[in-house]
Design a protein around this ligand. Structure first.
Ligand SMILES: [Zn+2]
Ligand SMILES: [Zn+2]
Length: 359
């Protein structure tokens, strides 16, 4: 089957590899429709291995690099292994790509994103940049399933955006965002754009996006931002206060993962506001804790998702979430390096999400 295979930094190859195996007990085989390129895939290409399993096999999958990346995908069930109930050939599904042990205290609590043995499709086992993927859909799935069915009204293209949207909906849930509240989103990369859409769907009355790239500010405006401000050319905190009766916003989402953007998120809050930190930090970041203490601000971490996939699929089906504006490219897997990774690295102004078709 055709697939992209990660061998090392700047070494992802388009190859013909043996087809994903027939499903064993507890497994399901999918034919991939579309798989989105995530910031994680891009980092593994440009600077990896960061998360990718190298040298020793991952305990849950038994796999290590070379591996097929990709975890944001949707596909069609083509074979169902023994002891699998609830899925049949022809079902169109989006997988939750977290590998979880099912045994640890967090798995038992229904928090697979905090599993002590956690892994990730595409980093710790073969992912979606291939024609077929065989997945274990029973291990660690009580109470959080692996596969989520797509109704007829949700295309496989939209299905490939369920995972990043689930990250955003989880972040909004972590922030306990209420209908009518005001929001700042710092950074309009793919997750910032998804968070903007999720905040809009949750009923935010204002969504102010802070982003240095003009192209990405334009994408933010198409995705529900009520204002998009360049924090380099404008005093962003003053602008946020001007838009919120001098108060600051109820909830801010940091979607970059750096010290200056964390400061923007916290400084944009009103007293008693919440900052949800979504960005992945490569370095420790200092913060002035005086206003956090004195103005009773709350800092909240958020990672991946619990079981927001069903909610996202419902919101895609009824139109509350509309991912089309963020899909800026559709390519075949043979073009994944030039048309995918390099395009995203070199042309940030014009790209949010590039989808890859493996066939
Ligand atoms: Zn992702
Ligand atoms: Zn676990």
């Amino acid at each position: 089957m055709k697939a992209a295979v990660w061998y090392g930094r700047r070494d992802v190859r388009f190859q013909d590899i043996p087809e994903a195996p027939a499903p064993g007990p507890g497994e399901v085989k999918l034919q991939v429709g579309w798989c989105g390129i995530c910031g994680t895939d891009l980092h593994e290409y440009a600077a990896g291995p960061i998360f990718t399993q190298v040298n020793t096999p991952h305990p849950l999958s038994g796999r290590m690099a070379p591996l097929t990346p990709g975890h944001e995908f949707a596909g069609t069930v083509v074979e169902v292994g023994p002891h699998v109930t609830g899925y049949k050939v022809g079902d169109r599904v989006s997988p939750n790509p977290l590998l979880r042990c099912g045994e640890c205290v967090y798995c038992k609590q229904g928090l697979p994103q905090l599993c002590t043995g956690i892994g990730f499709l595409g980093c710790h086992s073969d992912g979606g940049f291939a024609e077929y993927v065989t997945l274990n859909v029973t291990r660690g799935t009580n109470p959080i399933p692996v596969l989520y069915k797509l109704p007829d009204s949700v295309s496989l293209e939209a299905g490939a955006t369920v995972e990043p949207l689930a990250v955003a909906v989880h972040a909004v849930n972590r922030g306990k965002l209420l209908d009518g509240e005001t929001v700042v989103v710092v950074g309009a990369g793919p997750i910032g754009i998804c968070t903007t859409m999720a905040a809009k769907a949750a009923g935010a009355s204002q969504i102010i996006v802070l982003e240095t790239s003009a192209g990405r500010r334009a994408f933010a405006e198409k995705s529900g931002a009520t204002a998009a401000i360049d924090p380099r050319s404008t005093d962003a905190i003053k602008a946020v206060q001007d838009l919120t009766n001098g108060l600051g916003v109820d909830c801010a989402f940091e979607c970059v993962g750096a010290e200056p953007t964390l400061k923007l998120a916290v400084d944009s809050l009103r007293k008693d506001g919440r900052a949800v930190v979504v960005g992945i930090f490569e370095h420790p970041a200092a913060l002035d804790w005086f206003p956090i203490v004195f103005f009773e601000k709350t800092i909240i971490g958020t990672f991946a998702y619990v079981n927001e996939f069903d909610t996202v699929i419902e919101m895609l089906a009824d139109g509350r979430l509309q991912p089309d504006p963020m899909i800026t490219g559709r390519i075949g897997v043979k073009d994944i390096v030039a048309g995918g990774f390099e395009e995203l690295l070199n042309n940030k102004e014009q790209n949010v999400k590039i989808l890859v078709s493996p066939s």
